[in-house]
Design a protein around this ligand. Structure first.
Ligand code: FAD
Length: 432
């Protein structure tokens, strides 16, 4: 007879490993299924990793996580053609305890999955889950691409990322619409440690994040990032897929453009591109989150659209959702009941947490970006803001009162008049 487990976790990203670890530690028999040769082999993110949620899962071990640099400064750049309006915050208080770090998924995912395996989860890697095995409306296992590769369990935790084959096979979500996902491309650029520390004003393991928007996304809704690792930089940009389709621009063409911007060019100069990759980011917000659990299953992380794209938080929502799903399965095991009734404990935990609260808070942002002209938001306004600040700082004998009028004029013209600007301000404020 087929061996049956308490739970199968599909996908060893942050969501899956958090779930597998939590259940294995509680003594459940758990399989951790991953299509990659090892967890993280092909995974990528920006990547900023947050301490709080990792510590909640691994209170004794989080300090050993393989991270790159602890972030002491976060910069936001509004890009003009050859300029930027910048805002940043640096604080020694971000060091102890660390608020967040940069990380590379190829190292982190492997380590995180190892914690689950050490706690007792059975790793099955290089194996693709092809569909869920069901009995009526109940999920009872997972079919894999291995010969005689059917696996059975009381519960399946779906953590297979943004494309979620299993979510689709279950019928709880469909192919994401092009306005619900961004396509991001990223390069890892090698640069000597000392150069990174000099250029970014850093000591030892300190790190900086830069997020940029504006001219760099070529009139499409997009966000770029430049993060410092130990001896590499992560440079990338994500753009809404519907805008990419409309403009017929290839993502690498945008990144090439980004690299030429004077604010970026100087920071990456002399670096050697080590890696290039692309990935989707779920950006549908709360309205795109599917049913979270059912008879014998829970869906977590990117597979359930649990990403706060306004704050570039995804890995922490993934980990926390994996932990909550695991706790629901642990309770189901205690009750001997893996039906939706018990597993909806997972939904409740999500609903009571920062995950739902944050995603609901920014629910309007998705609509705002969908409705507003991307050229206005990501091209004309940032350019106007740059002109306005140029005007402000330029000493050319023009009286300051006139300058202020001019600054306002730039913004007004970009938005098509005072009323247009006011309307946009109100809508933007509401969306936040
Ligand atoms: P994933 O990390 O995608 O893991 C899914 C796993 O499932 C993978 O290991 C995959 O190989 C495996 N898998 C998939 N299908 C199958 C199958 N059929 N069978 C077996 N295994 C399968 N978040 C942050 O917190 N900070 C950031 O700075 C940040 N920046 C980002 C930048 C970019 C460019 C991108 C793309 C994302 C970024 N995110 C960031 C988001 C973050 O990466 C995700 O939210 C997070 O990785 C989701 O974790 P997950 O475990 O749900 O999915």
């Amino acid at each position: 007879a087929q061996e049956k487990f308490d739970a199968i976790v599909v996908g060893a990203g942050p969501a899956g490993s958090a779930a597998a670890y939590t259940m294995a530690k509680a003594g459940l028999s758990v399989v951790l299924l991953e299509r990659g040769e090892f967890p993280g082999a092909k995974n990528l993110f920006g990547g900023v990793l947050y301490r709080k949620q990792l510590e909640d899962i691994l209170p004794d071990k989080w300090k050993k996580a393989p991270v790159e640099r602890r972030i002491v400064e976060q910069r936001i750049w509004l890009m003009g053609e050859e300029s930027a309006v910048t805002l940043s915050h640096r604080n020694e208080a971000f060091k102890e305890p660390a608020n967040c770090w940069t990380a590379l998924r190829v190292k982190f995912d492997q380590w995180f999955a190892d914690q689950a395996v050490e706690a007792g989860a059975l790793p099955i890697y290089s194996t693709v889950a092809t569909e869920l095995i069901t009995e009526g409306d109940r999920v009872i296992g997972v079919r894999t691409d291995r010969e005689a590769g059917d696996l059975y369990a009381d519960a399946v935790i779906i953590a297979d990322g943004v494309n979620s084959l299993l979510g689709k096979s279950l019928g709880i979500h469909r192919e994401w619409k092009p306005d619900e996902v961004s396509l991001a491309v990223k390069e890892v650029i090698a640069l000597p440690r000392e150069k990174i520390e000099d250029r970014f004003n850093l000591e030892k393991d300190e790190g900086v994040t830069i997020e940029f928007m504006g001219k760099t996304s070529l009139g499409m809704a997009g966000l770029g990032f430049l993060y410092t690792n130990k001896d590499t930089l992560s440079l990338g940009i994500g753009v809404m897929v519907n805008h990419l389709k409309k403009k017929k621009i290839k993502p690498y063409e945008i990144l090439d453009q980004v690299k030429k911007h004077p604010m970026i060019r100087r920071l990456i100069e002399g670096g050697e591109v080590k890696e290039y990759s692309g990935h989707l980011i779920p950006e549908g917000g709360w309205n795109s989150v599917p049913q979270l659990s059912g008879n014998g299953w829970c869906i977590t992380g990117d597979a359930a659209q649990l990403v706060n794209f306004v704050h570039r938080e995804g890995s922490n929502l993934a980990m926390t959702s994996g932990k909550y799903a695991a706790e629901a399965v642990i309770e189901a095991k205690k009750r001997g009941d893996f039906s939706r009734e018990t597993l909806s404990l997972y939904d409740e935990k999500i609903h009571q947490s920062f995950i739902r609260k944050d995603l609901v808070k920014y629910k309007g942002m998705h609509e705002f970006l969908k409705e507003e002209d991307p050229d206005l938001l990501f091209n004309r306004l940032p350019q106007a803001a740059n002109q306005a600040f140029y005007e402000l700082f330029l000493v050319d004998g023009v009286p300051k009162g006139e300058k202020q009028k001019k600054m306002f004029q730039y913004l007004k013209e970009a938005a098509g008049g005072t009323w247009g600007l006011a309307k946009l301000g109100i809508k933007g404020w509401r969306a936040m």
